[in-house]
Design a protein around this ligand. Structure first.
Ligand SMILES: Cc1cc2nc3c(=O)[nH]c(=O)nc-3n(C[C@H](O)[C@H](O)[C@H](O)COP(=O)(O)OP(=O)(O)OC[C@H]3O[C@@H](n4cnc5c(N)ncnc54)[C@H](O)[C@@H]3O)c2cc1C
Length: 592
């Protein structure tokens, strides 16, 4: 596929919808005025289109190879591309200047990350996890740990990984067995096996910094006894030079249905030297920094894969001729019309386009709050940003990846039988996008997090704030005839979400199975409402500039499609939320 990064759409979001120049007083924003942002987007697009996208199928076909000396060979071209990424300074975009970063807003970095993830999702996971590792140490590390590890994690010279999963322990981290034995010198010896560790081993970087969850000898059982350790592949001497090879090895790779270019490693730790990060038994709190960042990054993968699937499907549809338009031949001189004339093909393409553009706005808007959380001088703004980040992270992760995979399937469907063959890239999008629904906490678990934890936090302050913000937008704009369908759709979706929230408060607290049974549909309803708000914001920005450029008229038409043909799904989700657990749990195990 000839990937074309959606630069214009990203500019629209940054310039017109989020208007990020209004935050020029915040750290890093003044360094990212429009001309700088445009240069980043244009150069980033060149790199992703020209270097990473051509390697997407190469990675899929070749995969990674495990070697008996415990090394891993990445697909051809990946190492050179990785070095180009590092030399170009791309991993440094939003990193802390204290550790060599450029300190630019996360929302700008988000745009670059989306391009990487569409061009080559498997490749993008290597720097993605490294950035997560950087953030966890940045938050939880001692000043010495930060000085030792952050500069080279920020630049991408070293790789970072995240080690939670064990063979018997996936979602339920309380079962974790990897043990940590304290040593007289203050270090720990880590022993255990971690599975499915993304990017656990490769030779694109000179060192790996593994963040490993383990239980200190004698620690309480369950999640209350889990600590976090830095376990470098090569021990880092106090002066930053590399010392001995640590006993942290990749003993095998998984054979997977997708993301073949990313090494999914079985990691064996045998008395490996580890350094505690944060307090003993409080490791999950620090790891959650990495996990929350990774969850937004995974939501981004949903949008990115849907974008790729859309571009591939559109290119195919423009080329493929079958049948005639229902209103008579559109190209009578040809043996058949392009399949673009068929409403059902349009349905699939417009579902993809409208949800992907709405999803991108949702991601950028949330990333903007991520910036405000860290950079705003106003405690009220920081509180609101923190509330939103906590509330919306599970929605971003699960809703956008559910849609990403669905749209990868729609994209394949547009191809007909050709999509089922490996001649086209459609099947790779379908295969690659599936994992995003599973890792970083399955989407089912995200929905439980939303319903069980996030809604009730601080007496429901976050969700009430979200409702109030939507109400204020509707009140301010419902008199504008150009926005009428958008404000009406948004008001209706928000009313349904509020009704579902009340239903959960009344029926989920007294019967937890009601909350569990309704959580998936509640999250979908939440995601649709959030996208309705994004489309209302985009419509407002586009209608203010309508006539200046065809882009804005197209935006408004795409938004109308979302409101008329996607948003009505809210009613079905509300009905399913209110159906509760009875029918779902009615069969006993023998009847299933
Ligand atoms: C390609 C790939 C890369 C990965 N990369 C990493 C990595 O880098 N680091 C790492 O640590 N891990 C990684 N993982 C592991 C991943 O995070 C786990 O697969 C995921 O957390 C789910 O755990 P599990 O597979 O054991 O499923 P299980 O926990 O066994 O879940 C099975 C099913 O039961 C459901 N379920 C489980 N518990 C509950 C519950 N309480 N309520 C409702 N439903 C529940 C789940 O939603 C799921 O549908 C990776 C996995 C893969 C496949």
């Amino acid at each position: 596929m000839a990937y074309q990064a959606p630069v214009r759409d990203m500019q629209f979001l940054l310039d017109d919808v989020l208007q990020i120049d209004r935050y020029a007083n915040l750290e890093g924003f003044a360094d990212a005025p429009k001309d700088v942002r445009d240069a980043i987007l244009t150069e980033g697009a060149k790199f992703c289109e020209g270097v990473l996208a051509p390697l997407n199928r190469v990675g899929d076909k070749h995969g990674c190879i495990w070697n008996p000396d415990n090394t891993v060979t990445v697909p051809p071209g990946f190492t050179e591309a990785y070095h180009q990424l590092v030399e170009g300074g791309w991993p440094l975009l939003s990193a802390d200047p204290a550790y060599g970063g450029q300190g630019l807003p996360h929302v700008v970095n988000m745009a670059f990350n989306e391009m990487v993830s569409t061009a080559n999702m498997a490749f993008g996971m290597y720097p993605g996890l490294t950035h997560g590792c950087y953030s966890a140490i940045h938050t939880g590390g001692t000043p010495e740990q930060k000085d030792l590890y952050l500069p080279r994690l920020a630049s991408g010279e070293w790789a970072g990984t995240m080690n939670l999963t064990e063979p018997h322990c996936g979602t339920d981290l309380g079962l974790l067995r990897t043990k940590a034995v304290p040593q007289a010198d203050g270090t720990y010896r880590i022993t255990g096996q971690k599975i499915w560790i993304s990017g656990g081993e490769h030779s694109m970087t000179e060192n790996h910094i593994h963040l490993v969850l383990a239980r200190i000898e004698g620690a309480p059982a369950g999640v209350k006894g889990i600590s976090l350790f830095i376990v470098p592949k090569f021990i880092v001497n106090p002066d930053g030079s590399l010392g001995e090879r640590n006993n942290a090895k990749c003993v095998g790779l998984e054979e997977k249905m997708g993301i073949h270019g990313n090494a999914t490693c079985v990691m064996q730790y045998e008395d490996a030297v580890g350094h505690l990060i944060g307090e003993p038994n409080k490791g999950l709190a620090v790891m959650f920094v990495m996990m929350n960042e990774a969850r937004l990054g995974v939501g981004l993968q949903g949008v990115a894969q849907a974008e790729g699937a859309y571009q591939a499907a559109l290119a195919f549809a423009k080329d493929r001729r079958q049948g005639r338009s229902l209103t008579g031949p559109k190209e009578p001189d040809q043996p058949a019309d392009s399949i673009l004339v068929h409403p059902d093909v349009r349905r699939m393409l417009m579902d993809m386009k409208s949800v992907t553009e709405g999803g991108r706005a949702f991601l950028f808007w949330t990333a903007m709050y991520g910036d405000l959380l860290h950079k705003s001088p106003d405690p009220g703004v920081r509180e609101k940003a923190g509330d939103y980040m906590a509330l919306l992270t599970p929605v971003i992760k699960a809703f956008l990846t559910d849609k990403g995979h669905k749209h990868a399937s729609d994209g394949l469907q547009v191809h007909g039988g050709s999509g089922f063959t490996e001649h086209y890239e459609a099947s790779q999008f379908l295969r690659d996008s599936k994992i995003a629904m599973i890792y970083e906490g399955t989407n089912g678990v995200q929905a439980l997090d939303l319903v069980g934890r996030k809604l009730a936090a601080n007496g429901g302050r976050a969700v009430q704030g979200f409702f109030a913000e939507i109400d204020a937008f509707v009140a301010e704009n419902e008199g504008d005839p150009a926005l009428a369908p958008f404000t009406a759709g948004l008001a209706s979706a928000k009313a349904q979400l509020q009704e579902a929230t009340f239903w959960l408060m009344q029926n989920g607290m007294t019967n937890f199975e009601n909350a569990g049974a309704s959580s998936h549909d509640y999250l979908q309803l939440f995601g649709l409402t959030a996208l309705a708000y994004m489309w209302a914001l985009m419509a407002k920005a586009a209608s203010a500039k309508a006539g200046e450029e065809p882009f804005y008229a197209t935006k408004l038409k795409t938004g109308r499609y979302f409101v008329d043909r996607v948003l009505p799904e809210t009613a079905a989700h509300l009905a399913k939320v209110k159906a509760g657990a009875d029918a779902m749990m009615a069969l006993d195990a023998a009847e299933l």
